[in-house]
Ligand binder design. Structure first.
Ligand code: SF4
Ligand code: SF4
Length: 402
């Protein structure tokens, strides 16, 4: 052992891995996360790990490999590098591996810590660097003028309060994807329409809305993440709001889980819009359609109390549900998250295409979800495959059924 070896102290060298070291050391390398253990609901040979299924399938593409990499780095046997980054970022951090793990491991927390160590050493991916820089400078990761975040409001025939100037009971946190993507702004429009129809006193920040920071957290840019968190907390504090609703799964997980301590301090409750709506007992008419439901990872495996039954309860009132082969905790990811769509768009699209095949097998007319980011990737895959499936957000059905 050299003198350098004896001085190696991972706690000093890796501040992000230090926070998840118990998880890293708990992994026994059993490999259960290679494929799903529940063969009754997940009979396909690749299991639920979409990274393994759509890559070479080698060890580092599924859970055990990444956990071994984390352990080797923690023990000083492996160094972080650009090559390692290429592999570690080809994973949408869907956390399906944690579902199969006997220890109920939060694998995604380890992968995010590995990415944070990479970014800290300027070993992250260029695409993510540009995206996260835009998020800090322009307040959205799409490199757009944030003023455009208020554009969708012009399509409403009622006025929505401006949370920067007017007090309201509820803040609707729109998110950058629904706020800035023309094909997906319907999610924002329909959410506002539903809240208005239910007589909710709500406001939005519009052009002043700051990205929640989800993309930075998932891709490991903690400095960029901290910068937007600080801005958001100041906005929330000044507006005096008590409840935040969001129709985006990514914003939901970030505001609910990653902001948890801060929100608790401010006394703010975070709900997905469908949770908020359900509390109002809406009467929804049957639309006479068939639909299958895609569980977003961030409203499922990503949070402590997954939203599996609630969207199905609402959907069942409006449509005949035809379930896919992998659902709820075993649901296959759409492939968009974790910075994968940004850095590896083809890989991301292949994952979405296989989810579309699963949805097509049900014979349903509609594919329904509660996340603009899943909506975007699954719509891209529907287009790429020339599928007859119609992608729709649950809120879009709710406004028709109210
Ligand atoms: S993460 Fe869990 S399932 Fe995967 S190898 Fe480690 S202990 Fe086994
Ligand atoms: S997070 Fe998802 S894609 Fe990544 S290794 Fe785990 S199961 Fe595979």
């Amino acid at each position: 052992m050299t003198e350098a070896d004896t001085k190696f102290d991972p706690k000093k060298k890796y501040k992000y891995l230090k926070k998840v070291k118990n998880l890293i050391l708990q992994c026994i390398s059993c490999g259960d996360c290679r494929e799903a253990t529940d063969y009754t609901s997940v009979p396909k040979k690749w299991g639920v790990c979409v990274a393994r299924e759509h890559s070479t399938g080698f060890e580092p593409f599924f859970g055990r490999g990444k956990m071994q990499i984390a352990r080797s780095i923690w023990q000083g046997k492996l160094e972080l590098s650009k090559d390692l980054a290429e592999v570690l970022y080809q994973c949408p951090t869907c956390n399906a591996c944690s579902t199969t793990c006997y220890y109920d491991m939060d694998n995604a927390a380890v992968y995010e810590a590995l990415r944070a160590e990479l970014v800290d050493r300027e070993l992250g991916l260029e695409d993510h660097l540009i995206m996260n820089r835009a998020m800090v400078e322009k307040l959205n990761p799409y490199q757009r003028d944030n003023k455009e975040k208020g554009e969708w409001l012009k399509q409403l025939d009622f006025k929505v309060k401006d949370a920067s100037k007017e007090k309201a009971e509820v803040l609707y946190f729109v998110g950058c994807t629904a706020g800035l993507t023309p094909e997906i702004k319907n999610v924002a429009i329909n959410t506002a329409k539903v809240l208005n129809k239910l007589g909710v006193d709500f406001a939005v920040f519009g052009e002043n809305e700051v990205c929640c920071g989800s993309v930075a957290m998932r891709t490991g840019d903690r400095k960029a993440y901290d910068s937007v968190v600080e801005k958001n907390i100041e906005l929330f504090q000044n507006s005096g709001l008590k409840t935040i609703v969001t129709s985006c799964a990514g914003c939901y997980k970030t505001l609910k889980k990653d902001y948890r301590k801060k929100m608790k301090k401010l006394g703010i409750e975070v709900l997905h819009t469908i949770e908020f709506i359900d509390k109002k007992n809406p009467k929804l008419k049957n639309l006479g359609i068939t639909a299958t439901y895609h569980d977003p990872c961030h409203t499922g495996r990503g949070v402590d109390e997954p939203l599996y039954e609630l969207p199905r309860k609402l959907l069942a009132q409006m449509a005949e549900i035809k379930e896919m082969q992998t659902i709820k905790e075993n649901a296959k990811c759409c492939g968009a998250g974790g910075g994968v769509k940004k850095a590896f768009p083809d890989f991301s699209l292949e994952i979405a295409k296989s989810r579309i095949e699963e949805a097509e097998e049900t014979g349903a007319e509609y594919l329904v979800s509660i996340c603009p980011f899943c909506y975007r990737n699954l719509s891209d895959a529907i287009k790429a495959k020339g599928s007859k499936l119609k992608m729709v957000d649950l809120l879009e059905l709710i406004i028709q059924a109210l």
